[in-house]
Design a protein around this ligand. Structure first.
Ligand code: F0G
Length: 459
């Protein structure tokens, strides 16, 4: 009989102490951080679930690759190692390294000239949308209806609505610059897109003569969900599934800080020679020479290893199961959750947890602050502080559609006992849900206010 417990498929031989603090200290730290957890210092945080981006642990093989990274300016061997690994995984001809995902996005949207044009996606991630808009394009989200309903248990809530996609392609004509699928769909709760949906979206884009691109930050987690959930895919390896996902596309951007299993790095890959030439010209201007693209040779070497490790079945099985384990634990506590569990994070509906707080009283931030005060846990609000806008007329802020809190899991970093401990912290926070206080914004910047805003608790 197979054991029921899915163990971490690694053992640990380098450790880092977890900072611990007293409730009094945490009250002081949070006050000094103006009640915005983004402004806390790492030494003040015990378990950090702010993001899964660049915060994971590298393997011994990756650290070994770091030591033999080739720091040659042009023609580094580490680049060629990475190129070979990426070509074998994706089939794409041109492999362009960048320092992280958003610079790949900026270069891609510049060479596809999105000015006055539309980008049609399941959902754009924040930086993706911001880059489209910065270049004067229009970012349109066409995720399926179920993807916008937190309670829906649809297995592929990251799917794009094919009827609406075709309608936009038909009506948009020359105004459409590209079709983009984010896998998994971070802005929609880390939910996957199915292979069937990716095939159909690729076919539609090509029928209307548009490039079909992926935002492949979490491609391996998406491939695992396809293997688990999509009829007829169980016999394939995650790597084979990922290969088909990439083969459907004309190119992709990737933040390698997620499924690349590295702390910094990105990729822009393309099949088209002309586009790639233009992208490399821009890369030299903004990132660096095409064989390093804003990274050190050692970073390229670690990424080459990470991209091979991430499709390992034992790793992906553990990864998805560990996030699901936390989701189940919270569900048992009666925490209102976005369903089903995402690939990299659990999303809590803070608006439903704290019905006494109005959206402009920032229930998501209130929950983040409660988690911090209880256990030194850091999570991130994805609600009105992040997506709302101040009302120019002096009324309440324009609010976000949902007041969510994301608890994202760094890869290979925390163990099951950390997660059990998180459950105990959450139980305390839930027990005093009726007493949670809202916050007001005391100071905010003109753009992306969530990162720097200063807040004050309401009395
Ligand atoms: N695309 C997706 C789907 C992402 O989740 C991110 C980053 C990016 C692009 C941008 O990549 O950070 O390397 O420039 N997501 C992080 C997060 C920041 O916390 O979800 P980057």
């Amino acid at each position: 009989m197979e054991p029921r417990t899915i163990i971490e498929p690694f053992r640990i031989r380098m450790t880092e102490p977890l900072p611990v603090s007293t409730p009094d200290q945490r009250r002081q730290f949070l006050h000094a951080a103006h009640y915005n957890p983004f402004l806390l210092r790492s030494r003040e945080i015990t378990i950090d679930l702010l993001t899964d981006s660049g915060t994971g642990a590298m393997s011994a093989a990756q650290w070994a690759a770091i030591m033999t990274g080739d720091e040659t300016y042009a023609g580094s061997e580490s680049y060629y190692q990475l190129r070979d690994v990426v070509q074998a995984l994706t089939g794409h001809k041109h492999v362009i390294p960048t320092h992280q995902g958003r610079s790949s996005e900026h270069i891609l949207f510049s060479v596809l000239d999105v000015a006055s044009k539309q980008v049609l996606a399941n959902s754009h991630f924040d930086t993706t949308r911001a880059n489209v808009e910065y270049l004067k394009g229009e970012a349109i989200d066409l995720v399926i209806e179920e993807g916008r309903n937190p309670g829906s248990e649809h297995p592929f809530k990251g799917n794009i609505d094919l009827a609406r996609l075709e309608d936009h392609l038909k009506r948009g004509g020359d105004k459409v610059a590209l079709v983009l699928m984010t896998v998994t769909n971070n802005a929609g709760g880390g939910q996957p897109a199915s292979l069937e949906n990716l095939r159909a979206a690729s076919e539609l884009a090509h029928k209307y003569g548009k490039p079909f691109m992926l935002d492949a930050a979490r491609f391996a987690e998406n491939a695992w969900f396809i293997k688990e959930r999509e009829p007829g895919q169980q016999h394939r390896t995650p790597r084979e599934i990922a290969q088909e996902m990439f083969a459907l596309s004309d190119g992709f951007t990737m933040s390698a800080k997620k499924d690349g299993l590295v702390n910094i790095g990105g990729l822009l890959c393309l099949n088209d020679d002309d586009l790639a030439e233009k992208a490399r010209a821009l890369l030299i201007l903004t990132e660096g020479y095409p064989t390093y693209g804003g990274l050190a040779g050692r970073d390229l070497a670690a990424l080459a290893v990470g991209l091979q490790e991430v499709t390992d079945e034992a790793y992906l099985k553990y990864r998805i199961a560990s996030v699901r384990y936390f989701h189940k634990l919270l569900d048992k506590l009666g925490v209102p959750l976005m369903r089903p569990a995402g690939g990299h994070a659990v999303y809590i509906d803070a608006g439903a947890l704290y019905p006494q707080l109005k959206p402009w009283e920032l229930p998501g931030v209130a929950l983040c602050n409660e988690l911090y005060l209880e256990g030194g846990v850091r999570a991130v609000e994805i609600g009105t502080l992040m997506f709302g806008k101040p009302d120019q007329a002096g009324g309440h802020d324009h609010t976000a559609p949902l007041e969510l809190v994301r608890m994202a899991f760094p890869r290979r970093t925390y163990t099951q006992s950390h997660v059990d401990w998180l459950g105990e912290i959450m139980a305390e926070v839930v027990a005093r849900r009726g007493k949670a206080r809202g916050l007001r914004i005391a100071k905010q910047g003109p753009i992306l206010r969530a990162f720097t805003a200063q807040l004050e608790p309401l009395t």
